[in-house]
Design a protein around this ligand. Structure first.
Ligand code: ADP
Length: 434
């Protein structure tokens, strides 16, 4: 019985196990199928969703923003907004572009240089004037400002501006003298960048040097005769001059005073020409008659050296300033006599070529050494200072001649041979001085 029951139980549980096994297998297959179906459904949904969304967005993706047109009435308000916004952006960018073009047109046509740099000293903007003035043709925006010039003085100037201070310096370059003005661009306490201006000051510096030299030469030239006059008059006042020498001492005072008067007159003439403030109006002036008047005044000096002083040529008139023209011819003739040989000649020739009057002053005197020719028109320049001391002169005569000729829009040239003589040739335009 027990065995039966046992067998019964064993038999029942085996069937149950078998059924359970079958059920489990069936269930597993079911879960697998369901999972498969689930993934297929998800995949299909994703594919469909993608296709649908692509279909929906295609008109938006394909829309031509230059001319937005779309057939969906729902999207039209958005398209309109885009159109308006696009119009605004295009207007603004046009304004910015035309502003930039105008700015670059202005700065590119400036003679001065202008550079804008950021706080890291990189160039943000730089006109061609700056490159030309600093001789740095290959430097471009984005590069360091020190690529323009790397000198100590330039660096110092830029660093000062970067530190928030206005800075200025003079740069001596191969191209000439440049004035650099660097200014910081500040907001509250912060420096946002710097603006650098570059000016060509070569001529200004030369004029400044000339002015300084002129002042020191004038002081020296005035001091020399004054010291002599002071010394002699002091001796006379103290009665230490023998009565028989008083005449000679008086003569010395007179000649030194004469030198002073000539010097002061020359300085005054030159300053008037410098300032373009010569007295009297321009008039029709006959150069031949003027030359005749001039040589009359120099006849005494010419006779002392047995020099034949003459005027040849023809009557030619120009519109000019008679006082200045007189000074020109006088100084040239005075030199021809002063530097002429005893028994020689000095000649003024007046003639004309088309639209021009020619004045030639020639002599057969000492001549000018070739290495000095280019300098004789400089103020206070005398070829042989030691020798020139015996020949009276201020070294200003030819400067007055040069400036007088420039005043009349003319030209002057010199041909000279040492020990043979010199020829100074001036060309004046006949009509229309200015
Ligand atoms: P200066 O008062 O010395 O004559 P200038 O300016 O008139 O000054 O002339 C400058 C220099 O040029 C003179 O010192 C002289 O050496 C030279 N010079 C000018 N004219 C002549 C000339 N006709 N012949 C030779 N040398 C001349």
């Amino acid at each position: 019985m027990t065995k039966k029951i046992f067998n019964g139980i064993v038999g029942t549980s085996a069937v149950t196990n078998a059924i359970t096994l079958i059920l489990v297998n069936v269930l597993e297959v079911n879960v697998f199928i369901k999972t498969g179906i689930f993934f297929i459904s998800v995949l299909t949904a994703v594919i469909f969703a993608l296709r649908i969304s692509k279909k929906i967005t295609r008109p938006l993706v394909e829309v031509n923003l230059d001319d937005p047109k779309i057939n969906y009435s729902e999207i039209n308000p958005l398209i309109n907004k885009i159109r308006i916004q696009k119009g605004k952006i295009s207007r603004q960018s046009n304004e910015v572009r035309s502003g930039r073009e105008q700015l670059s047109l202005i700065t590119e046509n400036m003679n001065e240089g202008i550079v804008i740099a950021d706080t890291r000293t990189n160039i943000l903007s730089c006109n061609s004037g700056a490159l030309r003035l600093l001789g740095a043709e290959n430097v471009s925006e984005g590069q360091s400002i020190y690529m323009l010039n790397n000198s100590e003085i330039f660096r110092h100037c830029i660093q000062d501006a970067m530190g928030g201070r206005n800075s200025c310096c003079i740069l001596k370059t191969e191209q000439g003298d440049r004035e650099i003005i660097a200014s910081p661009s500040n907001t509250t306490d912060m420096v946002n960048g710097i603006v650098v201006f570059i000016f060509d000051v070569t001529e200004k510096q030369q004029l400044e040097t000339m002015r300084r030299e002129f002042t020191s030469n004038v002081s020296h030239e005035l001091k020399t005769p004054l010291t002599t006059i002071y010394g002699i008059s002091d001796m006379l006042a103290n009665g230490i001059v023998k009565p028989e020498d008083v005449g000679q001492f008086g003569q010395n005072i007179r000649s030194e005073a004469e030198r002073l008067i000539i010097l002061i007159n020359d300085i005054v003439s030159l300053s008037k020409l410098d300032e373009n403030s010569v007295p009297y109006e321009d008039t029709e002036t006959d150069l031949y008659s003027l030359a005749e008047e001039v040589i009359k005044r120099l006849q005494r000096e010419a006779s002392e050296k047995n020099i034949t002083l003459s005027v040849v040529g023809e009557h030619v008139s120009i519109m000019g300033n008679r006082t200045v023209l007189d000074e020109i011819i006088y100084n040239l003739c005075d030199n021809a006599v002063k530097y002429g040989k005893n028994g020689g000649f000095a000649e003024v020739k007046v003639s004309h070529i088309p639209k021009k009057a020619l004045v030639t002053v020639s002599d057969n005197g000492v001549g000018i050494p070739p290495e000095h020719i280019n300098r004789i028109f400089e103020r206070f320049y005398r070829v042989d200072k030691s020798h020139s001391r015996q020949i009276k002169g201020t070294g200003l005569g030819l400067s007055i001649v040069k400036h007088g000729v420039i005043y009349h829009n003319g030209t002057i040239r010199v041909d000279s041979t040492l020990d043979k003589g010199s020829v100074f040739t001036i060309e004046f335009p006949i009509e229309n001085k200015k």
